[in-house]
Design a protein around this ligand. Structure first.
Ligand SMILES: *[C@@H]1O[C@H](CO)[C@@H](O)[C@H](O)[C@H]1NC(C)=O
Ligand SMILES: *[C@@H]1O[C@H](CO)[C@@H](O)[C@H](O)[C@H]1NC(C)=O
Ligand SMILES: *[C@@H]1O[C@H](CO)[C@@H](O)[C@H](O)[C@H]1NC(C)=O
Ligand SMILES: *[C@@H]1O[C@H](CO)[C@@H](O)[C@H](O)[C@H]1NC(C)=O
Ligand SMILES: *[C@@H]1O[C@H](CO)[C@@H](O)[C@H](O)[C@H]1NC(C)=O
Ligand SMILES: *[C@@H]1O[C@H](CO)[C@@H](O)[C@H](O)[C@H]1NC(C)=O
Ligand SMILES: *[C@@H]1O[C@H](CO)[C@@H](O)[C@H](O)[C@H]1NC(C)=O
Ligand SMILES: *[C@@H]1O[C@H](CO)[C@@H](O)[C@H](O)[C@H]1NC(C)=O
Ligand SMILES: *[C@@H]1O[C@H](CO)[C@@H](O)[C@H](O)[C@H]1NC(C)=O
Ligand SMILES: *[C@@H]1O[C@H](CO)[C@@H](O)[C@H](O)[C@H]1NC(C)=O
Ligand SMILES: *[C@@H]1O[C@H](CO)[C@@H](O)[C@H](O)[C@H]1NC(C)=O
Ligand SMILES: *[C@@H]1O[C@H](CO)[C@@H](O)[C@H](O)[C@H]1NC(C)=O
Length: 786
């Protein structure tokens, strides 16, 4: 015995084992042994048996190695946690069915020796020593193997699968169910393995798996065919499905932002067909485009380039049959679902986010031509305090409860719950988003179970499935959602709206052109506030806005000849034309459900600049361009030799001293009939400066100088022009140059209040009714020489 032990120690390593009296129980939990498919952590050893103790079954000892010819009353016992590589090699060589690495060995030595070598789920039994009788290996008290030899070493692979007390060898089928395509086999490491259709497959009931899976794209999230969830963080177009097994067919998802810049939604879905080289796009409003043309569809499928297209109130469905594959693409404006059915349970050739949503996004993002430039820029909006993530999570978890429990056997709710909470914790609870996620799950479930989408939705307290925005056409900077009145409306996308929101306006600044004022408001900003922008008007109710059907921009305008009720006010330096955009004022309504709109906008005339330019008489005419105010007008001063103002004083005109000269002061551009020009004063100097002296007054405070009887003023303050006449003179003492300076004012006409009151002679008094402010008058100067 000793020499046997020495030999064994050399191979397996049992040196230093302790001696125990038999019978004895050994705790082998540090080297558990799997004996014919059952794992044990205790053994019982007496003089004839090594038995495994079933701790879970009242300590029964039915699995034994029996038949040692009376082991001595004592035995050596040891657990070798580090068996030698030689031992492993020896066992692998002798028992080629045992694979993997040796973990540890339990050894019991006496007259004969028993070694139990742990190879993980596999076990080798090694018996050595002076055996001369039959050794039985028993399971449940029944002999399953025997070792009958006097050979010094006996090795046996006792790895089996045990299922309901029955032992199975490597590769043996334990059970199979054609209805579920499930199959239980004993694998090559003696582990029971359940196989069935892959995750993407469904059993057809005759042990055949087909690829049959749904990819759901809703909001920013993609739940792929494998139920993996990912989110699209930007506003680009992404490949959803392509692959060599669906040749020439490509489904793209186009993502855009809505209320927040940092959350995108699937906005449209595009099918590309390489064969005919066409592109079919389904928009949020349910329009279906074949390249550049829209298709009129109904619930009867229409075949377009081999694609069966149909549309009902729940959305648009496109069905494509590619040899033995069927692809159904559904889109309701908010959720896209791609249902692929094909023989064979797995399809590794598929690509796109639906095949594996965890791939790097850059590998499935479409080239720039498909999306707006800068679409991949990530924004981060400030957190929305109206979002209660706890409450949203509770709502999303409704998928774990009835009525959705009826779906759990067909569709795993987890990825839908993840998609729902990920979105709802980052996006305001608007736009029916909560029901959108429930509906996406219910729709997937209804494809495989007898639960109808309608029933599930009504039990969940959501409205019946409906492509809500079907037919509501919004433009590229808008998206469609439900307004406060429950109607589909076009709201502004966050990036477009952002500059207006930060400026606190509903539109662009007023544009004041040559005598016209216009202001353009953004329809979707007004709509968001519940205003019907078609019903807005100016002070004059007949002046409504011009709605651009494409851009939904509303332009209001008026001009100085049709002021649309503009209120004209004057202050020191400016004359304002102010109008107000108002909401429809229906006098029959005692109450109103809408806030009222009052948006003031104005343009103004600025009083002529106080700039003096001296012109010689040969220039005879002075035109000064006044561009100081957004409304533009010109002031002209011109001299004539006749009262009809037809014979202008030309360079060649001979003007005699004491000859009567008419001077016209005229404005162009003040044609509103509301603003007139008033000549406040005119005087002559012999130098360019209007403040020079000597000075000779022709008009003083709007009236002819009473001391010069030759001066006559005509039409002052009545309209856009006036004139005066005087007899030509010259300064007696100085040089021959004479400069004529005039101060002009604009005046807002109210009851002829712009006309200066001239009583003539010394009784002239300053009229309190004169509206113009002399201090801000402009000078206009004319000069002549002799
Ligand atoms: C066996 O030994 C392990 C570790 O020492 C111990 O945790 C376990 O309880 C023991 N088992 C029995 C049945 O005594
Ligand atoms: C050894 O143990 C087995 C199983 O418990 C038992 O059947 C057998 O009688 C025992 N043998 C001796 C010699 O005690
Ligand atoms: C467990 O075994 C003991 C002794 O063998 C026996 O008395 C007891 O009834 C058994 N208990 C059960 C639950 O089988
Ligand atoms: C299994 O059943 C499906 C549908 O009933 C049938 O199309 C298919 O050919 C069948 N497969 C086999 C291998 O019988
Ligand atoms: C659907 O449209 C097709 C072709 O446009 C037309 O022939 C058919 O009558 C329509 N069906 C219904 C139910 O309106
Ligand atoms: C999906 O793609 C990721 C990244 O390429 C990869 O690590 C993962 O194994 C893929 N998943 C499946 C199921 O193919
Ligand atoms: C969020 O919702 C939960 C559950 O509905 C509620 O208990 C909690 O008070 C809410 N928190 C806030 C800040 O409103
Ligand atoms: C789901 O499947 C399990 C096991 O196949 C079955 O027992 C259960 O009744 C099923 N539940 C529903 C709601 O169909
Ligand atoms: C908006 O106003 C226009 C013009 O007053 C009217 O025709 C239209 O019905 C209104 N729309 C809504 C939704 O109230
Ligand atoms: C006149 O209008 C100008 C420009 O809007 C403004 O700055 C100024 O305060 C106004 N003056 C008076 C007296 O209202
Ligand atoms: C618009 O103009 C009216 C009339 O001058 C004025 O009463 C009102 O305060 C103005 N509103 C705004 C918002 O400036
Ligand atoms: C004023 O009118 C002239 C002539 O119509 C135009 O060229 C100029 O640009 C205008 N200036 C402003 C400020 O509108």
């Amino acid at each position: 015995m000793l020499c046997t032990l020495l030999y064994l120690s050399a191979l397996i390593g049992l040196a230093g084992a302790q001696i125990f009296s038999l019978p004895a129980v050994f705790n082998i939990s540090s080297c558990p042994i799997t004996f014919y498919g059952q794992k044990y952590e205790q053994i019982y050893v007496n003089s004839t048996n090594v038995c495994f103790i079933d701790l879970f079954n009242n300590q029964t000892r039915q699995d034994c190695i029996v038949g040692f010819p009376l082991l001595a009353g004592k035995a050596l016992f040891q657990i070798n946690p580090f068996p030698s590589k030689d031992a492993e090699n020896y066992i692998h060589m002798t028992l080629p069915t045992i694979t993997g690495n040796i973990k540890c060995i339990v050894g019991v030595g006496s007259l004969s020796d028993v070694y139990l070598a742990n190879f993980g789920t596999q076990t080798a039994v090694i018996i050595g020593g002076s055996i001369s009788s039959v050794i039985s290996l028993m399971v449940n008290g029944i002999t399953v193997d025997t070792l009958n030899s006097n050979t010094f070493w006996q090795l046996l692979d006792v790895s089996r699968c045990r299922h309901s007390g029955v032992l199975y060898k490597y590769g043996e089928v334990v059970s199979s169910d054609p209805d579920t395509c499930s199959c239980v086999t004993c694998d090559d490491t003696a582990v029971l393995r359940v196989t069935g259709c892959p995750r993407t497959g469904r059993c057809q009931g005759n042990n055949t798996c087909v690829f049959d899976s749904i990819c759901t794209v809703t909001g920013p999230t993609v739940i792929d065919f494998l139920s993996q969830v990912n989110s699209v963080p930007d506003r680009c177009a992404y490949s959803l499905l392509s692959g060599s097994s669906v040749p020439g067919f490509h489904v793209l998802g186009n993502f855009r932002e809505r209320r927040r810049k940092d959350v995108s939604f699937v906005d449209s879905v595009t099918l590309q067909l390489d064969g005919p080289g066409v592109q079919i796009q389904v928009d949020q409003d349910g329009r279906v485009w074949l390249d550049k043309n829209t298709l009129t569809l109904n619930s009867t499928a229409q075949v377009v380039h081999g694609v069966e297209l149909s549309k009902d109130q729940t959305g648009v469905t496109a069905k494509v049959v590619l040899s033995n594959k069927v692809v159904l693409v559904f889109f309701d404006g908010n959720t896209a679902q791609i249902h692929l059915k094909a023989p064979g349970g797995k399809d590794p050739s598929l690509q796109g986010l639906c095949a594996n949503s965890s791939v790097p996004l850059s590998s499935v993002r479409l080239p720039a031509a498909y999306s707006a430039s800068g679409c991949e820029v990530h924004y981060s909006d400030s957190a929305d305090s109206s979002i209660n993530c706890t409450m949203m999570t509770e709502r999303c978890n409704l998928l774990n409860e009835a009525p959705f429990t009826a779906c759990h056997n067909y569709t795993n709710p987890e990825p839908y719950i993840t998609a729902c909470t990920d979105t709802m914790c980052n996006y305001p609870p608007a736009d029916g988003l909560h029901c959108q996620f429930l509906e996406a799950y219910a729709r997937a479930c209804s494809l495989y179970s007898s639960n109808t989408l309608e029933d599930l939705m009504s039990e969940a307290g959501c409205s019946p499935p409906k492509a809500f925005c079907q037919g509501k056409m919004c433009n590229a900077h808008e998206f469609c959602a439900e307004n406060t009145g429950g109607e589909p409306s076009c709201f502004c996308r966050a990036i477009f709206a952002s500059p207006y929101i930060s400026a606190g306006t509903f539109g662009d600044p007023t544009i004041c052109m040559q005598n016209s004022a216009s202001v353009t408001l953004v329809g979707c900003l007004l709509e968001e506030k519940g205003f019907n922008y078609s019903a807005l008007h100016l002070n004059d109710q007949t002046c409504t806005g011009q709605v651009d059907e494409q851009t939904h921009m509303v332009t209001f305008s008026f001009n100085s000849s049709n002021t649309c009720g503009a209120v004209v006010t004057i202050n020191n330096s400016q004359i304002f034309y102010m109008n107000t955009i108002k909401s429809q004022n229906s006098s029959s309504d005692v109450i109103t459900h809408q806030d009222q709109v009052y948006i003031n906008f104005s343009c103004f005339y600025t009083q002529p600049d106080v700039k003096t330019v001296a012109f010689r008489i040969m220039d005879h005419s002075v035109i000064q361009q006044i561009t100081s105010g957004p409304w533009n007008y010109t002031v002209t001063m011109k001299a004539y030799t006749d009262a009809g103002l037809t014979q202008a004083v030309e360079l060649s005109t001979e003007v005699q001293l004491n000859q009567k000269i008419w001077v016209e002061l005229k404005t162009d551009g003040l044609d509103g009939g509301l603003v007139t020009v008033v000549t406040d004063s005119c005087w002559a100097t012999n130098q360019a400066s209007p403040s020079g002296s000597p000075r000779y007054d022709l008009i003083i405070k709007g009236c002819a100088n009473p001391t010069d009887r030759t001066v006559q003023v005509k039409g002052n303050g009545l309209g856009p022009s006036n004139s005066f006449s005087f007899n030509m003179f010259r300064f007696s003492s100085n040089s021959g140059d004479v400069y004529l300076h005039c101060k002009l004012n604009l005046c807002v006409k109210q009851n002829n209040s712009c006309t200066p009151i001239c009583n003539g002679g010394a009784r002239r008094r300053r009229s309190a009714r004169v509206q113009y402010e002399a201090d801000s008058s402009a000078f206009i100067t004319m000069a002549w020489t002799h």
